[in-house]
Design a binder for this molecule. Structure first.
Ligand SMILES: [Ca+2]
Ligand SMILES: [Ca+2]
Ligand SMILES: [Ca+2]
Ligand SMILES: [Ca+2]
Length: 410
């Protein structure tokens, strides 16, 4: 799922489709080799990770090719991760009981933090933490992506801070809308910004606190959240943090994130996104994965392909959710596609996906923060398991991608 990189934890998905001939019980024992290591994560269902192997239960396998298991893997130095699989159940011909698999280590930066298979979809909410000063001429228009100047580069931006709490220097809320009857099973909070500060502004208050924010959910309680900090290597001062906050997101409603470290002034940006995998019996069975890692789009021209990994997709009902940074509205031309389908919708015109739009806040300006969600009714190229980007001017950075796809049977 996503990319695997040497020394970085990612996720490998293993489908019984094509490996086992029929309905089965029992388990599959999977052994890593060389310098590769499995990493325990009780949050990934189905596999028990021991020091030298993983034992994956197949108890819910009722039909051929209908079950996928996921294991966290930290690749060593090899160009691929070889896996040895042994099935212990009865009723399967012996030649089908052992398999060797090899998963390439592609070195891409979008690595999986979570994956599951089930009746799932992804709900998302997010907000920007800087905006134009309310008293500035033209600010209201610009906040609605109207008027001559809508870019974060053209305004001395100030913090959004509407929580009435003097202990937080910035604070922005958004509403997480869940499908009826859906229950959250994984929640990933991503935040980021640019610490330097620009003309007319100040740097971020505390470089020591990039990895910490305060979250207030619908129950009204404020809780500190700490995540994994990733500093940009291509844009010094830019950073992104991701945190698994699954236990903190149990219902839909208003979520507020405060104290996102970012500077103010011209060219400032900052915000947060919440990508939540939810399960509901009324949804089709699909594979969902959440991939995190800063990947610059080809702002100066050309194209780039960010591997999404996973299985060949089939049918309809795929969905892709993208958190990205420093996209400018009305400034292109940049495009994105997945599975051969262009990623466009009412808030994301063709050629300007990086336009500071935020799902659930149609028409509003995220000032260099994008949270975009696309429902793909058809997949022109089901094997096109990559986020394909083109660009000519607008520099922007993909930070997190949630992918939901119906899995093709082999
Ligand atoms: Ca405040
Ligand atoms: Ca743009
Ligand atoms: Ca957008
Ligand atoms: Ca830009």
């Amino acid at each position: 799922m996503g990319s695997l990189s040497a020394g970085q934890v990612g996720i490998v998905g293993i489908s019984t489709g094509g490996l086992l001939a029929g309905p089965a019980a029992g388990s599959v024992t999977i052994t890593p080799s060389g310098s590769d290591a499995f990493v325990p994560d009780p949050h990934l269902d189905g596999c028990l990770v021991l020091p030298d192997k993983a034992v994956c239960s197949l108890t819910s396998l009722s039909a051929p090719g209908s079950l996928t298991r996921f294991i966290k893997v930290q690749p060593g130095s090899g160009a691929s991760v070889p896996l040895h699989l042994v099935y212990d159940g009865a009723g399967v011909p012996k030649p089908d009981r052992e398999h060797e698999l090899s998963v390439p280590v592609d070195g891409g930066s979008l690595r999986a933090k979570y994956a599951t298979e089930g009746p799932v979809t992804v709900a998302a909410a997010g907000a920007n933490v800087v905006t134009c000063a309310a008293a500035a001429v033209g600010c209201t228009d610009a906040q609605h992506r109207m008027g001559p100047n809508q870019r974060n580069n053209g305004w001395p931006l100030v913090y959004v801070d509407d929580d009435g709490d003097p202990s937080t220097f910035d604070s922005a809320a958004a509403t997480l809308a869940l499908p009826a009857g859906a229950v959250p099973i994984h929640a990933e909070l991503v935040w980021g910004g640019s610490v330097a500060g620009g003309s007319g502004g100040l740097p971020a208050p505390s470089l020591a606190d990039l990895g910490a924010v305060v979250l207030r959910g619908p129950n009204g309680a404020s809780v500190p959240v700490v995540g994994d900090v990733e500093l940009s290597t291509t844009h010094p001062g830019d950073y992104q943090v991701s945190a698994d906050i699954t236990g903190l997101v149990t219902v839909g409603g208003q979520y507020r994130v405060s104290n996102v470290q970012t500077g103010t002034g011209e060219s400032a940006f900052g915000g947060w996104s919440l990508q939540v995998v939810v399960s509901s019996p009324s949804l089709p069975v699909r594979v969902a994965s959440i991939l995190v890692g800063s990947s610059d789009a080809p702002g100066s021209g050309g194209s780039r392909s960010l591997p999404l990994g996973g299985f060949a997709a089939s049918g309809v009902g795929a969905q892709i959710t993208i958190t990205s940074w420093e996209g400018d509205p009305g400034f292109g031309t940049e495009t994105a596609s997945a599975f051969g389908a262009p990623l466009v919708n009412a808030d994301n015109p063709f050629g300007d996906i990086a336009n500071s739009s935020i799902v659930g806040q149609s028409g509003m300006n995220g000032w260099g923060f994008d949270l975009d969600q696309f429902d793909l009714s058809g997949l022109p190229d089901p094997s096109g398991r990559a986020l394909a980007l083109t660009g000519s001017q607008d520099e922007w950075t993909v930070g997190a991608v949630a992918v939901v796809v119906p899995r093709a049977e082999p």
